[in-house]
Design a protein around this ligand. Structure first.
Ligand SMILES: [Fe+2]
Ligand SMILES: [Fe+2]
Length: 421
C-alpha cells in the first residue's frame, strides 16, 4: 500500500512537471520549497540570485493565457491567473447565467434516475430481470468491457471534478451552499453527473463480467490522486476545459452506446445514450459561457483557448491506477492502455480530439472574432491552424501504428483476460 501511494505521488508530481515543462530549474531559495504559495521571492531572498535566475523565475511565474496577471506558483504550477478586470467580467455574468445557461440543467423531477434502467430489487421479478441482464452482457467482448469500465471509473471520480470547480476564482462555491448562480450551477451539475457513475457501476456489478474489487481500488486510487487539468484556477481556462471535455465525454458515451447495440445489448445502448444526452446539455452550457466571454473579452478568451490547446486537454481520469498494471507487461499506466483500447474500439480516438477542436472553432466562429492585441491575434492564428497541423501529425502516427504489431495487454478489471491492441 505504501509503495502504491509513493507511485501515485511520483506520477502526480510528474504530471505537474509536465504541465509546466517550459519551466526552468529554479533555486530552492527562489520558490517556496514547501510548495506553499509564493509570489516572486521577497527582495532579501533574491540577494544571491543572478539576473538569469530572476528572468527564469519571472518566466516560470507567468500565465501564457493571461500575461498581464500576477499569478502564484503552487507545487510548481501557475495558479490564480485571473486578473481583476477579468474577474469583474465573470461577476457581471450572473444574469446571463440565470437567463441563458441555467436552462441547460434539468430539474430533478424531470431527470432519469439509475433505478429507471435497473431491475427493481423490491419487485418479484428481480432475479429473472438480473438473469436477463447477465445473459445480455455475456456477448460483450473484453475490449468493450475495458472501455465501459474506464468510462465508469472516470464518472466515479466526480468528487475530484467538483473540487476542481471549487478552486476556480470568481465562480467557486465559497460556503458549500452559496446562493450565487455559479455555486448553484456547480452543485446541480455535480448532482446530475452523479447519476452517471451510479448507473454504470450498478449495471457492471450486476453483469458479473468484471472484477468489481479491482475497479473499486482503481476508483479509490483515482480520487486519491486527483487530476491536473492546468487551468490555473482561472475560469477562462476552466470553461474552455469543460467545453472540450463535456463534448469528449458525449462522444465517448455515444460510441460506447452504439457499440453496446452492435454487441447485442440494446438496454446498455440506451443507458449510454441517456448519459451522452446529459453530457450534450452540459457541453452546450459551457460553450455558451465561452461564447459570451469571447464577446466580452475576445483577446483574453482567445489566449485562454490557445493556452489550453498548447497544454493539451488531459482526460479527467489520467491518473487512474489499479495498483498492479504498471508492474507488468509494457510498464504503461493503466490509463495509457485504456486510451489505446478506447482508440482501437473507435470509442474515443485522436481523430475525435481533432474533430472537437474543429467543432469549437466553428461553434465560436473563431476566425471572424476581432482581436486587437498582438497576443490575441497570435493566439487566434495558432488555434485556427491547429486542426490541420494535428491531422498531419495524426496521419504520420497512424502509419507508424499500422506498421507495428499488436501487443497483448491485460487488465485486472476483466480478470487479466488478454486483449490485443
Ligand atoms: Fe458524466
Ligand atoms: Fe458531463
Amino acid at each position: 500500500m505504501r509503495a502504491s501511494r509513493a507511485t501515485r505521488a511520483t506520477r502526480c508530481g510528474a504530471a505537474a512537471e509536465g504541465a509546466n515543462s517550459f519551466q526552468p530549474k529554479l533555486k530552492g531559495s527562489l520558490v517556496n520549497p514547501s510548495g506553499a504559495r509564493s509570489r516572486l521571492a521577497k527582495p532579501n531572498a533574491l540577494e544571491s540570485a543572478t539576473k538569469a535566475d530572476i528572468e527564469a523565475l519571472e518566466r516560470a511565474v507567468r500565465s501564457e493565457a493571461a500575461p498581464d496577471a500576477s499569478p502564484v506558483l503552487i507545487c510548481g504550477q501557475v495558479c490564480h491567473s485571473l486578473t481583476k478586470e477579468r474577474e469583474e467580467i465573470i461577476l457581471s455574468m450572473e444574469d446571463f447565467m440565470q437567463d441563458k445557461v441555467y436552462k441547460y440543467l434539468k430539474p430533478t423531477e424531470k431527470c432519469w434516475q439509475a433505478s429507471d434502467y435497473l431491475p427493481d430489487p423490491a419487485a418479484e421479478d428481480f432475479i429473472p430481470r438480473v438473469q436477463e441482464l447477465r445473459e445480455r452482457t455475456l456477448a460483450l467482448p473484453d475490449d468493450y468491457l475495458v472501455v465501459l469500465v474506464g468510462d465508469m471509473v472516470t464518472e466515479e471520480a466526480l468528487p475530484t471534478y467538483m473540487s476542481m470547480l471549487n478552486t476556480i476564482d470568481a465562480t467557486k462555491d465559497e460556503t458549500g451552499s452559496d446562493d450565487t448562480v455559479w455555486g448553484k450551477w456547480t452543485r446541480e451539475w455535480t448532482a446530475e453527473e452523479n447519476r452517471h457513475g451510479d448507473l454504470l457501476n450498478k449495471y457492471l456489478y450486476l453483469s458479473g463480467r468484471v472484477d468489481m474489487r479491482q475497479i473499486e481500488v482503481t476508483i479509490q486510487n483515482l480520487i486519491g490522486s486527483g487530476m491536473c487539468p492546468k487551468t490555473e484556477n482561472n475560469p477562462y481556462l476552466g470553461f474552455m476545459y469543460t467545453s472540450f471535455q463535456e463534448r469528449a465525454t458525449k462522444v465517448s458515451h455515444g460510441n460506447t452506446g452504439r457499440n453496446a447495440v452492435k454487441h447485442g445489448d440494446a438496454a446498455l445502448g440506451e443507458i449510454c445514450a441517456q448519459i451522452a444526452s446529459d453530457e450534450a446539455r452540459h457541453e452546450k452550457a459551457y460553450q455558451l459561457i465561452c461564447e459570451e466571454l469571447f464577446r466580452k473579452d475576445p483577446d483574453g478568451m482567445m489566449m485562454a483557448f490557445a493556452d489550453m490547446m498548447k497544454k493539451q486537454i488531459v482526460m479527467p481520469a489520467h491518473l487512474m491506477d489499479d495498483g498492479i498494471h504498471t508492474t507488468r507487461g509494457s510498464g504503461n499506466s493503466i490509463f495509457e492502455d485504456f486510451e489505446k483500447v478506447a482508440a482501437a474500439t473507435e470509442t474515443y480516438t485522436t481523430a475525435d480530439y481533432v474533430d472537437i477542436i474543429e467543432y469549437l472553432l466553428k461553434r465560436w466562429k473563431v476566425e471572424t472574432i476581432k482581436c486587437t492585441s498582438e497576443d490575441g491575434q497570435r493566439a487566434q492564428d495558432y488555434v485556427c491552424k491547429l486542426p490541420n497541423r494535428l491531422r498531419k501529425l495524426m496521419e504520420r502516427a497512424e502509419k507508424r501504428m499500422k506498421k507495428g504489431n499488436k501487443t497483448e495487454v491485460q487488465f485486472s478489471w476483466v480478470y487479466d483476460r488478454p486483449i490485443f491492441v
